[in-house]
Design a protein around this ligand. Structure first.
Ligand SMILES: C[S@@+](CC[C@H](N)C(=O)[O-])C[C@H]1O[C@@H](n2cnc3c(N)ncnc32)[C@H](O)[C@@H]1O
Length: 244
């Protein structure tokens, strides 16, 4: 396999084409369908839910997040459907790592277990005190979370890990192009759960951060992105990473 393959399309349509038992880890950051307590809040444009007003100008010319408008029950069901495919595609020793925020954490941990995975924990991504400032009287929303599990047993024999349970890495605002873009340093730590040489799959690839991290860490990458503009952006980024 070449350093990366990046598919344009809906994850639910592309994942069934991937061979069973062929992937070392699914490391992904799906749309959160979060941003409010009530249906009315969640139905707002993602820009208004997730990006503070003073940063709107950074994203004005770009398309925004597809698939971020599910209500609570359909979000859990949709996650279970793609996680069932992830389960089939993973090797017996494979890992599932899925990002979420505090509000959707219970839905994602439920869906991971519904799909058959052994739920093993939650990694905290500490965005540092530079994270979006809170309202007066609030505890700072300083972390996002990675729900992780395995298809079956955890690989212990090869001596890798233990991997960090808290990763402190600030958002790289200067280089952030996608509104939900994660720092490469964060993703590099996560993709190391798969042994070197085993493929990493991200069915919601966005700007391609997981792919860049996988390439830098010596793991082949398969990505899927439904938005043509982000697919193009990620493809260019991964070509650069693979040729460096
Ligand atoms: C949270 S973002 C991922 C951001 C990424 N981690 C990064 O660092 O750039 C989720 C991505 O999933 C894409 N997406 C939404 N629904 C999808 C679907 N059904 N199939 C494939 N991609 C989808 C969105 O267009 C968006 O770019």
């Amino acid at each position: 396999m070449s350093a990366f393959q990046l598919h344009l399309g809906d994850a639910l349509r592309v994942m069934p084409e991937i061979e069973s038992g062929s992937i070392g880890a699914v490391v992904t950051d799906p749309p959160y369908s979060s941003g409010g307590t009530h249906a009315k809040d969640r139905a707002k444009a993602p820009m208004d839910k997730y990006i503070s007003n003073e940063n709107h100008h950074r994203y004005a010319a770009r398309p925004f997040l597809l698939g971020d408008n599910r209500d609570q029950r359909s979000f859990t069901t949709w996650c279970t459907i793609w996680l069932l495919e992830a389960y089939r595609i993973l090797r017996e020793t494979g890992y599932i790592l899925a990002f979420t925020d505090w509000r959707q954490l219970p839905a994602v941990s439920d869906a991971i277990q519904c799909a058959g995975f052994v739920w093993r924990g939650v990694i905290a991504w500490d965005k540092t005190e530079a994270a979006r400032p809170p309202h007066t009287g609030y505890f700072r929303h300083q972390a996002e979370y990675v729900v992780w599990g395995t298809k079956w047993k955890c690989l212990r024999a090869d001596g890798r890990g233990p991997f960090p349970g808290v990763i402190r890495e600030r958002v790289d605002s200067a280089n952030k192009k996608h509104p939900a873009q994660k720092p490469v340093g964060l993703m590099r730590q996560l993709v190391r759960c798969a042994p070197e040489g085993e493929a990493i799959l991200d069915p919601f690839a966005g700007s391609g951060t997981t792919g860049e991290a996988a390439i830098l860490e010596g793991r082949p990458f398969i990505g899927i992105e439904a938005d043509p503009a982000w697919h193009q952006f990620a493809n260019d980024r991964l070509l650069t990473a693979a040729s460096a």
